[in-house]
Design a protein around this ligand. Structure first.
Ligand SMILES: *[C@@H]1O[C@H](CO)[C@@H](O)[C@H](O)[C@H]1NC(C)=O
Ligand SMILES: *[C@@H]1O[C@H](CO)[C@@H](O)[C@H](O)[C@H]1NC(C)=O
Ligand SMILES: *[C@@H]1O[C@H](CO)[C@@H](O)[C@H](O)[C@H]1NC(C)=O
Length: 364
């Protein structure tokens, strides 16, 4: 959910104007490129030990219960009557016309050729499952400051599938967030500049928000260099390499984002505006939750929830941006997403381990 605030797109017609404007703004000092080299450092926060123990005993109780096969996906389908054929695209995918109807992130309009080039680099079939269990319990680890000081790392490590977002670091933060990563889901600008994940079975799930993201992904899989020209179209520095085996790359089916936006969040159908979409792009976090419902039998969240009334709280577990940074973004409707997640949590369809969206264990 975090760091997705600029996760968007420049309509392709503006390709030439935008880089020039960006260069202009940088040189006049109006646009400061944020957060480039700020290497994340652990920050101590005081957490009420009673609260920490309550969180730990809740997570332990979740892990001790028997895993329910297909539980979360069945719940979602019973509420929203919607499902997507496959979460990742592959060479032998049945690509529906719908996929090419919308521009990214909802589809790949006019991008048939770029998609094919990428799929040709990936293994023929991706039918292999992740997590290695019959019934898989997943945790989607958001990047929220709420994780700080909870010391949940060893418990999070016990989930079958651990899905992390963007550059959410592990090395200096394993006490709070664990050190295993089964899936890292990201778009180019959000991807780690310093790679820390060591699990050999990891999948890197790429999310395409704009046409040039395909060029970056192509370069990452084939270990090539991103062209200087392409680099002009990213709003933040992008990594020069993603050191995982080419067979570990996955490309998210844009139908997952479309389903998240128009079925689960029930946004009206998209109207393309001058500078992007009308607050109808789901955050990476809520898209990851939907992806997890396809990959896992039970889905839990950790590190989710922006409480904008806690202005002194840090936005992320790994830096010192204030919560109010979130107010400045215009792409996502965070309140709407919160209500959506709260409903699922209150109904028991997904679990909120850290209680930042809806705390089901706080009043006891
Ligand atoms: C595509 O559709 C065919 C026929 O319906 C089916 O046999 C095949 O498994 C599908 N491929 C994938 C990757 O789902
Ligand atoms: C995580 O940390 C534990 C304890 O320090 C260590 O034994 C294990 O190898 C680490 N795993 C990964 C994937 O880094
Ligand atoms: C947000 O923070 C306020 C002030 O601390 C608190 O009263 C409220 O319950 C919090 N909301 C959630 C959803 O945790």
């Amino acid at each position: 959910m975090r760091k997705t605030m600029h996760a968007c797109c420049v309509p392709s017609g503006r390709r030439f104007i935008v880089p020039l404007m960006v260069v202009g703004l940088i040189s006049t000092g109006i646009l400061k490129l944020p957060m480039f080299n700020t290497s994340p450092k652990p920050v101590m926060v005081l957490v009420d030990p009673h609260h920490r123990e309550r969180v730990h005993s809740f997570v332990r109780s979740v892990l001790a219960k028997e895993c329910r096969p297909s539980f979360t996906r069945r719940r979602i389908e019973s509420i929203y009557s919607s499902s997507v054929a496959e979460p990742f695209l592959q060479k032998n995918s049945n690509l529906t016309e719908q996929i090419f109807e919308y521009p990214p992130p909802f589809g790949f309009r006019n991008l048939q050729h770029k998609l094919k080039e990428i799929l040709d680099l990936l293994p023929i079939s991706l039918s292999e499952k992740t997590g290695g269990h019959d019934c898989r319990r997943c945790v989607v680890v958001g990047n929220g400051g709420i994780l700080r000081g909870l010391e949940l790392g060893p418990l999070l490590n016990q989930f079958n599938v651990i899905l992390r977002l963007n550059s959410g670091p592990v090395r200096d933060f394993s006490r709070d967030v664990g050190n295993r990563t089964t899936i890292r889901m990201s778009y180019p600008e959000g991807s780690p500049k310093i790679w820390e994940d060591v699990d050999p079975q990891l999948w890197f799930v790429a999310v395409i928000y704009k046409s040039v993201d395909f060029n970056w992904l192509h370069a990452m899989i084939s270990r090539a260099t991103v062209s200087l020209w392409d680099k002009l179209f990213f709003w933040q520095k992008v990594p020069n390499s993603i050191p995982v085996d080419p067979s570990r790359f996955r490309i998210l089916n844009p139908e997952i984002i479309r389903e998240t936006a128009f079925k689960l969040l029930q946004y009206p159908n998209p109207k393309l505006r001058r500078w992007g979409w009308d607050q109808n792009i789901p955050t990476l976090g809520v898209s990851a939750v939907n992806l997890a419902t396809y990959l896992c039998d039970e889905v839990s969240l950790a590190g989710f929830g922006y409480n904008l009334s806690q202005k002194e709280m840090p936005l992320h577990y790994y830096d010192n941006l204030p919560m109010t940074t979130m107010l400045k973004q215009a792409m996502h409707n965070v309140d709407h997403e919160t209500v959506f997640l709260q409903r699922l949590i209150a109904a028991g369809s997904i679990l909120d381990l850290t209680g930042g969206v809806h705390c089901s264990f706080c009043s006891t």
